[in-house]
Design a protein around this ligand. Structure first.
Ligand code: FAD
Length: 464
């Protein structure tokens, strides 16, 4: 089963021709996600417009044992949406209706292909916000974010996608429908099946709709960018902000000198300091009336006096806050300038610097020339590391570098991925985090929901 003719024979009698694109016609952009994995042309691309069409697609694939790769906005960094050469890709991009916004219940019902930025724009007139925000907001879709359990800068305040979900509609591998779109905050009637699909990276079912929790949007926010000499001083600031503004620290991002220098080299941003400090924090506080601003200035003033904060600026306009955020969100440009090996470990917050020092030493012993950039969502213990594989000697691979970093991580009780997921890039590393018993339970769930193993084979688990 691998010719265009066979595929046409399967799909064209059963599906509307407008939703089927056959192999050679599949545009390049569907051949891979953002992760830099090998580009693969699927046998066909299916772009259903309704849940019923998603069901029809999966029924046909199931009958013919065809591998199926769900695709959202293709911004994933783990190769999760990379097509299968002997299978089809199903893009959710045409399921992009925002069905309902309930400003009283603080709930939205959306189709899976809704782009994050479109949801944010639709919520603005209601003075509401969605709890998860990330840099590729103009492309990533709610379904992809759910399947990846995306995090981003708001996790310190609102949690990951997992915490935003009230109900899902999911099409299972055989085309049957699990409709769980209940607009309820509490429901203890049996198992919560919704959560099983969050973070499942397209291996258990295709998410077609979601009922999501919303939050009132603060009228203002306070944004600051501060320079530090030591990690201990950064931790002290995080603690002080959380005590001063309980539940209102909306972002707390830390960037180390090498990352800041890379931004200054490659991206035309306004940098607030004359020289690059050892580390810099970018934070948002939700709210920001006069009393908040005064309390923040007093808190920071004390930090300056005691020599804990070296330099800093508070945004005085939305435009200035956006310029400061541009520094942190320049990651896409840095990716473009490097041959990135991405890491996104999760660590106990106080241990982050110790882990960095040990990981740097371990890498330097083997590859003294390998550049490493560190930044991350410190408020929730999620570090990001970019290593530039262009500096690896011939014969050494990304997996060799991964093995070094993960060996250090094990000593910290960390997780190999806080956000990006396992996808295809980290399949070999799954055993670093998960015990034999956990792996067996995960495989049992997979076998129960997708007995033929057609959903995203080779992702999360090695292909069988
Ligand atoms: C510059 C940059 C910055 C980023 N910053 C962050 C960040 O701060 N936090 C973060 O968490 N991530 C971040 N990411 C990673 C990425 O944006 C997120 O993982 C995002 O949630 C992926 O959404 P997507 O729609 O692009 O999904 P895709 O990349 O298309 O797919 C992701 C996974 O979900 C599956 N999938 C997609 N749609 C569905 C569906 N409807 N049903 C079932 N499975 C589906 C795919 O098969 C794949 O396994 C960043 C990426 C880039 C390029």
């Amino acid at each position: 089963m691998n010719s265009v003719v066979d595929i046409a024979g399967i799909f064209l009698p059963e599906l509307p021709a407008e939703i089927v694109t056959l192999g050679p016609e599949v545009p390049e952009r569907y051949h891979a996600d953002w992760s830099g994995v090998e580009r693969v042309r699927p046998l066909a691309l299916l772009r259903p417009r309704t849940t019923a069409e998603v069901q029809a697609c999966l029924r046909a694939c199931h009958r013919h044992n065809l591998p199926v790769v769900p695709q959202g906005g293709l911004t994933g960094l783990a190769g999760g949406a990379q097509p299968h050469p002997q299978g089809v890709a199903i893009s959710l991009e045409r399921l992009r209706r925002i069905e309902a916004i309930d400003p009283f219940g603080l709930i939205a019902t959306v189709e899976a292909g809704v782009v994050l930025q479109d949801l944010q724009a639709a919520l603005r007139p209601h003075k509401l916000l969605f709890g998860v925000d990330l840099a590729p907001r103009g492309s990533c879709q709610i379904g992809g974010m759910l399947a990846a359990n995306a995090g981003g800068q708001g996790v310190v305040q609102f949690g990951t996608m997992r915490a935003q979900v009230l109900g899902l509609e999911v099409v299972l591998a055989d085309g049957s429908l699990l409709s769980m779109l209940r607009p309820l905050y509490k429901n203890n009637t049996g198992y919560d099946l919704n959560q099983m699909f969050v973070g499942s990276e397209g291996t258990l079912g295709i998410i077609t709709k979601a009922v999501l929790r919303l939050h009132p949007a603060p009228a203002q926010k306070l944004t600051g960018f501060l320079a530090f000499d030591s990690f201990a001083d950064v931790l002290a600031l995080l603690r002080d902000l959380q005590h001063q503004f309980p539940g209102r620290v909306a972002a707390f991002e830390l960037m180390w000198a090498d990352f800041l220098d890379a931004v200054r080299r490659h991206v035309p941003v306004k940098f607030p300091f004359g020289t690059t400090p050892p580390m810099a924090v970018l934070f948002d506080i939700a709210g920001g009336n006069e009393a908040d601003a005064a309390a923040l200035e007093a808190l920071l003033g004390e930090g300056f006096e005691q020599g804990r904060i070296q330099d800093g600026t508070l945004a005085t306009s939305i435009q200035q806050a956006e310029e400061l955020w541009r520094i942190r969100e320049s990651v896409a440009e840095i990716f473009a300038q490097t041959k990135p090996i991405n890491f996104d470990p999760s660590l106990p917050i106080p241990k982050v610097q110790e882990f960095i020092d040990e990981a740097c030493a371990a890498i330097a012993r083997q590859w003294p020339e390998l550049p490493l950039l560190f930044f991350g969502h410190l408020g929730d213990g999620n570090l990001h590391i970019i290593a530039d594989a262009a500096y690896l000697p011939a014969g050494d691979t990304e997996e060799d570098v991964q093995a070094r970093v993960y060996a250090v991580l094990r000593g910290y009780n960390g997780a190999i991925t806080a956000e990006h997921g396992v996808g295809s890039l980290r399949v070999g590393a799954l055993t670093h985090d998960r015990s034999v018993a956990e792996l067996a339970a995960m495989r049992a769930i997979k076998a129960a929901l997708d007995p033929r193993g057609i959903l995203n084979p080779g992702k999360v688990f090695a292909a069988q």
